[in-house]
Design a protein around this ligand. Structure first.
Ligand SMILES: [Zn+2]
Ligand SMILES: [Zn+2]
Length: 131
């Protein structure tokens, strides 16, 4: 266990994409061969199509696992009301104590800011507490 977690998940997604594409190509070739007249036996044609679908399915699972394990964990912390200082749950729209709006946006770039933010953490502009 020497690999880094995030890079191995990125690699898993990349390999999953490649495996999915290879599987789809194999399935397409098998289906095209099955739909056209040629000397190949039905077992080879349908075997190729079935194997391609199975490989593509494995690739999709690899992408899914890579995405799921690699999801960003957002820290949950209470935000203080900029009007009365009451700590509110992070997803609050309005203060549970005084009813003032909890979400404010940067007037410069539109980023959503914490209620107690003094500066935009996206563009660095100073935030006015004028509400
Ligand atoms: Zn409040
Ligand atoms: Zn900004």
């Amino acid at each position: 266990m020497t690999g880094k977690g995030s890079s191995s998940k990125t690699a898993l997604r990349t390999v999953g994409c490649v495996v999915t594409v290879i599987g789809l190509v194999l399935a397409a070739v098998g289906i095209i061969l099955a739909a056209t007249n040629n000397d190949l036996s039905a077992g080879i044609k349908y075997g190729l199509a079935g194997a391609g679908i199975a490989v593509a399915f494995i690739g999709v699972i690899m992408i899914f696992v890579g995405n799921k394990k690699g999801a960003t964990v957002v820290a949950v912390k209470p935000v203080n009301c900029m009007n009365c200082g009451e700590p509110n749950p992070p997803d609050s729209k309005f203060c549970r104590k005084c009813g003032k709006p909890m979400v404010k946006k940067c007037v410069n770039c539109g980023a959503v800011l914490d209620a107690d933010a003094q500066f935009c953490n996206t563009c660095g502009v100073r935030v006015r507490n004028d509400s």
